[in-house]
Design a protein around this ligand. Structure first.
Ligand SMILES: *[C@@H]1O[C@H](CO)[C@@H](O)[C@H](O)[C@H]1NC(C)=O
Ligand SMILES: *[C@@H]1O[C@H](CO)[C@@H](O)[C@H](O)[C@H]1NC(C)=O
Length: 418
């Protein structure tokens, strides 16, 4: 037998450990040149002329004008686009789904979510009704909805996360990360900061609950659930019951023209007695025998059957964006599907984190310009507006209509998800 070269052995071990430690990337899209060959724009809503165009752009403000993404570019339109990757199962693997989203429009109602789809999807027909496995990302509507959606499909049913996860609401780029682990735990991060984490068992209703209240249990007859009782030591003060409820009004005077013969004997009208305190009640004390509120004991739920593969999506194959936008301007970039949270973190650092300060500066400049133009417009229109008030009313009306539409759109979204 040949003697093994120790250097070669060392190298082999080193290479092996690098291979183990390295991430498996199932899909990564930075929207460089050639992205269009990887993505399929759906024909969904085209025949109704309701399919919106994507703009390939770095956006109005950015940290690097050469770093482009795709942005919705028409108001009141549906958007559907998807990309395929080699099918895989996340069984025994950590699944990481991450992307950048920026709402350049001041979004009053709409989403910036992405989907992972399984099996065979006709990408040309991908739309709102196409079943998906995971939907994840921010959703904003009015003042009340500003949250991160994490919808999981299980047993052909979509389940919404039960915990509130607030999303970002400004007009800058943010990285959204969803991590799903083989121990059925998950973590949601925004900009590499953990915002929520927990278990698939408790934070979604995928399975019936493990434990339920024993439906057979009854409160024992002698269960003492009175927290306070009358103080047995407290005694009614002497003469308490002699205090009258009402007394003659001491300020009343017999009228001067009162005729005892004709009117009868004058008596003063009565008034409530300020001394009167109502029927006597002993004061309350804490019940020394108080056993607390009775609760039925928890038992194993006979309906619960564990599924050790609760977290498994056996044939993930596509990433897709499907949106309805009342106001366009939502932009996506740096889409990543991999098995390594550390790798995803590094990608976020190299992309979003590297450019965020420059993007903020670029945004601030754009805002300053916009404000200056607004002020200029106001001065101009003050001059013009003197005898044409009707226009403002029309503007206000249009705004109202849009808000109504936003509410409708929201309703549609929620409807679709459920
Ligand atoms: C695409 O985006 C750029 C940058 O925001 C903008 O100037 C341009 O008008 C957009 N094009 C369309 C068709 O929306
Ligand atoms: C899956 O869904 C069907 C139909 O709704 C239901 O009868 C069944 O109990 C569900 N199975 C699990 C494991 O949730």
């Amino acid at each position: 037998m040949a003697k093994l070269n120790p250097n070669l052995l060392y190298l082999t071990l080193l290479l092996f450990s690098i291979a183990v430690a390295s991430a498996h990337v199932f899909f990564e899209e930075r929207f460089d040149d050639g992205w269009e060959s990887r993505w399929v724009k759906s024909d969904w809503k085209k025949d109704e002329n309701m399919a919106g165009e994507w703009n390939y752009t770095a956006g109005k403000w950015n940290g690097d004008p050469n770093d482009k993404g795709i942005q919705t570019s028409e108001d009141y339109r549906f958007y559907a686009i998807s990309a395929e990757f080699p099918e895989f199962s996340n069984k025994d693997k950590t699944l990481v789904f991450q992307f950048n989203v920026k709402h350049e429009q001041k979004l009053d109602c709409g989403g910036g979510y992405m989907k992972l789809l399984s099996g065979d999807v006709d990408q040309k027909k991908f739309g709102g009704d196409t079943p998906y496995s995971i939907m994840f990302g921010p959703d904003i509507c009015g003042y009340s909805t500003k949250k991160v959606h994490a919808i999981l499909n299980y047993n052909n049913t979509n389940h919404l996360i039960k915990k509130e996860v607030p999303c970002e609401t400004d007009q800058l780029t943010h990285v959204y990360t969803f991590i799903l682990r083989p121990d059925a735990t998950y973590t949601i991060l925004i900009d590499n900061v953990e915002k929520q984490s927990g278990s698939l068992y408790s934070d979604w209703d995928l399975l019936p609950p493990k434990k339920i209240k024993d439906p057979e249990a009854k409160k024992p007859e002698d269960w003492d659930d009175k927290e306070y009782i009358p103080d047995p030591e407290d005694k009614k003060p002497e003469g308490y019951d002699d205090i009258p409820k009402e007394i003659p009004d001491p300020d009343a005077k017999k009228p001067d023209d009162w005729d005892d013969e004709e009117d009868g004997e004058w008596t003063a009208p009565t008034i409530p007695n300020p001394e009167y305190k109502g029927p006597w009640k002993p004061k309350k004390i804490k019940n020394p025998n108080y056993q607390g509120k009775w609760k039925a004991p928890m038992i194993d739920n006979p309906e619960f059957k564990d599924d050790p593969e609760l977290y498994v999506y056996p044939n993930l194959k596509y990433v897709g964006i499907e949106l309805w936008q009342v106001k366009s301007g939502t932009m996506f970039d740096n889409v990543l599907v991999c098995d390594d949270p550390e790798y995803a973190k590094k990608v976020a650092e190299e992309t979003w984190a590297k450019h965020k300060d420059a993007e903020k500066a670029s945004f601030d400049e754009a805002e300053k310009k916009r404000e200056e133009e607004d002020t200029k417009d106001e001065v101009d229109s003050d001059v013009e507006d003197n005898d044409d008030d009707g226009e403002d009313d029309d503007d206000a009306k249009e705004k109202d209509d849009r808000e109504d539409d936003s509410a409708d759109a929201k309703e549609k979204d929620v409807h679709d998800e459920l």
